[in-house]
Write a protein of this length. Sequence first.
Length: 428
Amino acid sequence: MSPRTSGGPEVPREVVMLRELHALLTSISSAGTLSELLQLVAQGVVDVLGFQIAAVNYLDDDGFLEVLAVAGDEEAARTMSGRRVRVEEFLEEFEIADQWGQLRFVPHDRLPDDVVSTWVPRVEALTGPDAWHPMDALHAPLHGPNGELVGVLGVDLPIDGRRPDELARQVLEMYAVQAGLAIHRARALQREHELAAGLRESSRYREQVNAAVTHELKNPLTSILGHVEILQDTPAQSDQVERSVSSISRAARRMEALVESLLSLARVSDPEQLPARRRVDLRELVAEAQELAAVQAQRRDITLTVDGAEEPCHTEGDPAELAMVVSNLLSNALKYTPPGGSVRLTTSTVGDRVSLTCTDTGHGIPLADQATVFDEFTRSAQPDGGEVPGSGLGLAITRRVVERHGGTIDLRSTPGQGTSVQVLLPAA
């Protein structure tokens, strides 16, 4: 008999089952992890589709079907969970099965005499041609979007003790189709998370190696530069010796700058080394950076101006790290702006944030390079084919510092016209 709505007509069984199926599919689509999804798939069969036992056999990368979720009976769960079998062996059973659409039903009387079952329910079979026998088996293959097998859903013990009718089979088949797609999506997402975790671990290892190697380079470099200074102070040297000492000094200074940049990158990338927290006024950092860069700008015939807000632009963070942000942005702008150009530093308050903007009239950054300009060791191509000295670490360090202070950094550039970089930090 069909159920009735409150005070209304009978609701056809088909409608009831489809409603329950829709609710069930909605629940499995919200599963957070693959293991949660597999358990929801099994539990849904027991709760909605009219079977007392359900087990999900998940196909792993080694070609084994492993029971990872069982619902409906604790003894069945203890006995069946973790069972692994070669997919070829499992599918051999399908050869003696009746094909009900995508479902495979194996009646007990077709099983070989020497078959060994992992678990057999302790129930008495009903009589009649459609009675369910404890050794009967019904399987629903689970496929991904391209038809690839991702698992097998096994169901047992229909609640009414009878083999499912045509409607029940169709509902189970529809459920299996959607469950297979959901498992495929969950598995892809899990692999993506595992890959991301592996990449993060690889990145941490690389940074640790960089930091260790850089520390080892620092002491020898200090020694080299010390001896170079002694040689430079020694009188009566030949021109060749002086040129050689000067070349060694320049090369060592470049290496020293690279070592310092690598150490800075390692420090601001380490989540265990949190920045100091002090109230900092961006206007003061900009004034200090302008003073330090004034001589360089004058030598290169670049107009350097500062537009500061009248009110303080306070943020909270590490003064040294935030000063490095201002210095790196200004240094980069001066480096890539030709003689006769201009560089402007602007501070302001934008809502609940303070803003620092560095704008130049330099060569600009090609569109193809703008997506990676904040990556380590990235150097933008120059329109004249020349190369500006640098390690390609300044903007990478700047981004790390900004992000670890809860801020954002945005770059806009037009080749041939210039570049503008804006940093937004939480106001304090």
